[in-house]
Design a protein around this ligand. Structure first.
Ligand code: NAD
Length: 434
């Protein structure tokens, strides 16, 4: 089989490379010439563990190629995937569908034969139907089967998630579309991956419902953490005690600085807007959004309060700024709210992150980037851990104490052992722990 993928971002690149690994002929097209040129040379524009090897090997084997020309990508393709961005629309929080619609129209214009057009991007309920209208208007002479195949991969573990997903969701209106998608995912039948085959609308909503549920779960444990701090309980044990209940599950019960990333913030917002428009508001999700936004602000206040309410001229070492470990993605990272607030309050902010490429562009110019965690903490009045990269977990408390000027340590991810930190003489506080 031969497929084209529009978009060489986190989702398009990972999906394309994984389909190629399944033995399918894949051509990925992106409108960004610099990205395509780098990929053609085997240089991966994003950080995702294992992706460079997968791309280079499949390129060398002739199953994976990159282009800026849609017609070239679609040459002989039975199936075309849309994996373009769907960011929040400026001003109102609805998903901005301009890239999806433009891509769909481009595919219809370039099509030389009947094909299946699959939306992998996260799109609001009803988008598939609109895509169908577009392609039918542009190409009444062809049968373009519109399908939805939302992607659930997590950055940092994207290849594993794609190759061994909990489920694959397929939404379509024709047997031909289901048959093509089932063929593409055939390698997953061997590992008995459940396939949820449903309507376009249901598939579209499953993705938002799943993300909103996970965002709500995180926000729930964050509020429990706040309560723990007031009543002297330990959120770590509360989460464990809750999570061992099979009906609840242990995942996504880690208290922290609030969820961020390229999906949860924009997807919860888009779902809330869709639901309002449909006259069926999702109040739980709306509250989750508000609580999470306030939390990021509160984290900056917490750091300032730990330094006695005054940070002007003080040095704060920040460990980790990406929205989570094992990615370079900075989209909606809590650090984007916390750091500007510290800078505005007059603090000298020194940052270390193992993948600082995007952070350098998105954080305020007043922030100083350093090459090692030790440099970030040296001479600091306070150290705040924002993203739990493995290399920070193993940092020896005595070493930290020895390098710092002050003693204040804020562990916003509960990555360190509170007792060991206090034994080293540090004024340690985590999230929701006594
Ligand atoms: P991204 O911004 O990293 O990549 C999008 C790419 O599409 C960019 O490289 C852009 O240049 C390209 N593009 C835009 N218009 C194009 C066109 N007409 N033709 C070809 N390329 C075009 O985005 P992403 O993080 O990969 O997300 C893509 C979609 O997948 C979004 O809807 C997102 O919500 C969803 N999603 C993302 C993740 C994730 O973890 N990042 C997980 C699941 C779902």
């Amino acid at each position: 089989m031969r497929i084209a993928v529009l978009g060489a971002g986190y989702v398009g690149l990972v999906s394309g490379a994984c389909f190629a690994e399944f033995g399918i002929q894949v051509c990925i097209v992106d409108t960004d010439p610099a990205k395509v040129e780098a990929l053609q040379r085997g240089v991966i524009p994003i950080y995702e563990p294992g992706l460079d090897k997968l791309v280079v090997e499949n390129q060398a084997d002739g199953r994976l190629s990159f282009t800026t020309r849609l017609e070239e990508a679609m040459e002989g393709a039975d199936c075309v995937f849309l994996a373009v961005g769907t960011p929040s629309r400026r001003g109102d929080g609805h998903a901005d569908l301009q890239y999806v619609f433009a891509a769909a129209e481009g595919v219809a214009r370039a099509a030389k034969k009947d094909l299946v057009l699959v939306t992998k991007s996260t799109v609001p309920v009803g988008t598939g139907k609109k895509i169908k209208e577009i392609v039918q208007r542009v190409r009444p002479d062809l049968t373009i089967h519109v399908a939805s195949n939302p992607e659930f991969l997590r950055e940092g573990n994207a290849i594993g998630d794609f190759m061994r997903p909990d489920r694959v969701v397929l939404g379509a209106e024709s047997e031909a579309a289901f048959a093509t998608l089932r063929r593409l995912y055939r390698p997953l039948y061997l590992i008995e991956t459940p396939i949820v085959a449903t309507s376009l609308e249901t598939a579209e909503l499953i993705k938002y419902a799943a993300n909103a549920f996970l965002a709500t779960k995180i926000t729930f444990i964050n509020e429990m953490a706040d309560l723990c701090e007031k009543v002297g309980a330990d959120v770590h044990d509360v989460a464990r005690g809750m999570g061992l209940d099979g009906r609840i599950g242990r995942k996504f019960l880690h208290a922290g600085p609030g969820y961020g990333g390229s999906c949860f913030p924009k997807d919860t917002l888009a779902l809330a807007m869709t639901a309002r428009d449909a006259g069926s508001p999702v109040r739980l999700v709306e509250t989750t959004i508000a609580v999470n936004d306030a939390r990021k602000e509160a984290m900056a206040d917490r750091i300032i309060a730990a330094l006695g309410g005054e940070v002007a001229g003080k040095s704060i070492g920040i460990l980790g700024v990406t929205f989570k470990p094992e990615t370079d993605d900075m989209r909606d990272a809590p650090s984007l709210v916390i750091l500007p607030k510290l800078v505005a309050a007059g603090a000298k902010v020194v940052v270390h992150d193992p993948q600082p490429h995007q952070a350098r562009q998105s954080l305020p110019g007043a922030v100083t980037f350093v090459a090692t965690p030790l440099e970030a903490v040296t001479g600091a009045d306070a150290v705040a851990l924002l993203t739990e990269w493995n290399e920070y977990r193993s940092m020896a408390p005595e070493r930290l104490r020895g390098a710092m000027r002050g003693k204040v340590v804020l562990d916003l991810r509960n990555a360190w052992d509170p007792e060991a930190m206090r034994e080293a003489g540090l004024d340690y506080s985590g999230i929701g722990r006594p």
